[in-house]
Design a protein around this ligand. Structure first.
Ligand code: NAD
Ligand code: 6OD
Length: 507
């Protein structure tokens, strides 16, 4: 897409207004510490009203080459010479820099995604800063292996392991939690001494670019953090993942895209970390704290308009409380307030784009065609005229479909869930595990033994008991089956972002 002639474009990156109705911006690539324009731009539209809010400079092969070259040079330059403690100090400064410009990050993130500011203020932006602080602490405290090895001459040898950065890391990001998920990779990558070339989603170019300003402000050496904008195939995404100067690739996004990236990484036998799709079950036992289960389930189904990989799209409710739970969830869903991000009353934003809404609506249609009972929602809401161009959708609950239906098996990534009754523990474990995915699960029960028993048998990388999206960044995070490869978080991130080297010293 090209810029439409006659549109007024504000050349400054940011506008200090706590409002998503901003003057259109021009978003450039961030390469070797400079903001780089290209001859080709694409439009970024607001999910809230469909208006063009930014023109984004698409990186071609030449810009990706330049970004990778800058990142390689920085590895050998001042960045590579810093001590762990010095690097950690800089990452603390990055976190502080995000916090100093909190309102700008908030406005940019909400403009790109349409998500409620109340959500981004408490989750997306604080986590963006925390991702730098936590991994700065992790690298400062990493233990090392050390062995005294006997030798035939009796003098022995000392064996120890040192961690070295893996090099230039390609970071391919999705649009649902843009700053949070990008910094979740960039934080540990930089903490470990690597440099990065980030490819944000084409839907959410702003906060990654704004972070470039912060990097410059706090004195991160040029070339350490680079951002290239564009799409996937035959665009910046493909150019980054196929670039021979990229040593490792970390990806968050759809499983099908992850498969393509894994193939690209095979060339040169480069390591990948893949955080991919999910079809996460929620299991609600009759003995649960009903109100807590209801509140947690509301968040897990509808937060971020259902666009959270950890969200609950399949709910299993024990039969004695099935009708009551469905009714209560329906009532709460119908109380959600759709609206502009800056409205403090808003708790449901639009989907990211019309393209994504078409996908989600195709499942809404499929559910009806398959004979689902539409408990609530099922279509496009009536919105005031000024929001009619946005990608709004109704929060939706279905019952009456089985485990074999596409509604129970395929990731929809919208504000919707299928609720089914169950009768006993073994049955629900088997049904929860009957999926190609294995990212997360929430279990709601007051029976502690049962909680442990069921959690242990669920095939998912992360199981919450009586909670949802309660995160401690020191824990391993990742998916089983088609939800992912590898674990990141705490010391597990070090496994991916560093290489261990054994040094053996004969005494
Ligand atoms: P996506 O796979 O469409 O895109 C992700 C990124 O990959 C984008 O930057 C895109 O431009 C890029 N890309 C696409 N094709 C590419 C290619 N051939 N080569 C290189 N790059 C390419 O995903 P999305 O729609 O942005 O995000 C939603 C998906 O992400 C959902 O499936 C969701 O479950 C998943 N997700 C998973 C996690 C997790 O932690 N497991 C977290 C967030 C989102
Ligand atoms: O909290 C995290 O670290 C994380 N990776 C969350 C992923 C959310 C998916 O949408």
């Amino acid at each position: 897409m090209r810029a439409r002639p006659g549109l007024s474009v504000r050349l400054l990156f940011h506008v200090p207004l706590l409002d998503t109705r901003m003057i259109m911006k021009e978003i450039r690539n961030f390469i070797d510490g400079a903001f780089v324009a290209t001859g080709k731009t694409f439009e970024k539209r607001s999910p809230v009203d469909g208006q063009v809010i930014a023109l984004v400079h698409e990186a071609g092969q030449a810009e990706v080459d330049a970004a990778v070259q800058a990142a390689r040079a920085a590895l050998k330059g001042p960045w590579g010479k810093l001590t762990v403690a010095e690097r950690a100090e800089l990452l603390y400064a990055v976190a502080d820099g995000i916090n100093r410009r909190f309102d700008e990050f908030l406005a940019a993130e909400c403009a790109d995604t349409g998500k409620p500011m109340s959500l981004a203020r408490h989750i997306d932006i604080p986590r963006g800063a925390a991702n730098f602080k936590v991994f700065a602490d992790v690298v400062k405290n990493v233990p090392t292996e050390f062995f005294e090895t006997p030798t035939p001459d009796g003098k022995g040898a000392l064996n120890y392991a040192v961690r070295r950065p893996i090099g230039v890391v390609g970071v391919i990001c999705p649009w649902n939690l843009p700053l949070l998920l990008m910094t979740w990779k960039v934080g540990p990558a930089l903490a470990c001494g690597n440099t990065v070339v980030v490819k944000p989603s084409e839907e959410t170019p702003q906060t990654a670019t704004l972070l470039g300003e912060v990097m410059n402000e706090v004195g991160v050496p040029k070339g350490v953090y680079n951002v290239v904008h564009g799409f996937g195939p035959q665009s910046a995404g493909e150019y980054v993942t196929t670039h021979p100067g990229v040593n490792a690739i970390t990806f968050t996004g759809e499983t099908r895209t992850g498969e393509v990236i894994m193939k690209a990484a095979a060339h040169g036998a480069r390591p990948v970390s893949l955080e991919m799709g999910g079809k996460n079950p929620g299991i609600i036992f009759a003995d649960c704290d009903f109100e807590a289960a209801l509140e947690g389930t509301m968040r897990s189904v509808f937060a971020n308009c259902g666009q959270v990989c950890l969200g609950t799209e399949r709910l299993y409710v024990e039969r004695p409380i099935f009708e009551r739970f469905v009714e209560a969830l329906k009532k709460s869903a119908e109380n959600l307030k759709l609206g502009r991000p800056e409205d403090p009353e808003t708790n449901l934003g639009p989907l990211i784009s019309h393209e994504h809404r078409r996908k989600v609506l195709s499942y809404y249609e499929k559910a009806k065609a398959l004979g689902a009972t539409v408990v609530t929602g099922g279509g496009i809401p009536d919105m005031p005229p000024e929001l009619a161009g946005g990608s709004w959708i109704q929060p939706t609950i279905w019952t009456g479909l089985g485990d074999d239906s596409p509604i129970a098996r395929e990731e929809i990534f919208g504000p919707c869930t299928l609720i089914q009754p169950f009768d006993d523990e073994d049955e629900v474990i088997a049904r929860a595990n009957d999926t190609d995915y294995g990212l997360a699960c929430s279990i709601w029960t007051k029976d502690l033994s049962r909680a442990h028993r069921v959690a242990g048998q669920i095939e998912a990388g992360l199981v919450w008991v009586n909670s949802w999206f309660l995160r401690d960044l020191r824990t391993p995070f990742g998916g089983m089956k088609q939800s992912g490869i590898g674990r990141e978080g705490g010391v597990h991130s070090l496994e991916f972002y560093t290489e261990l080297k054994n040094i053996c010293v004969k005494l």
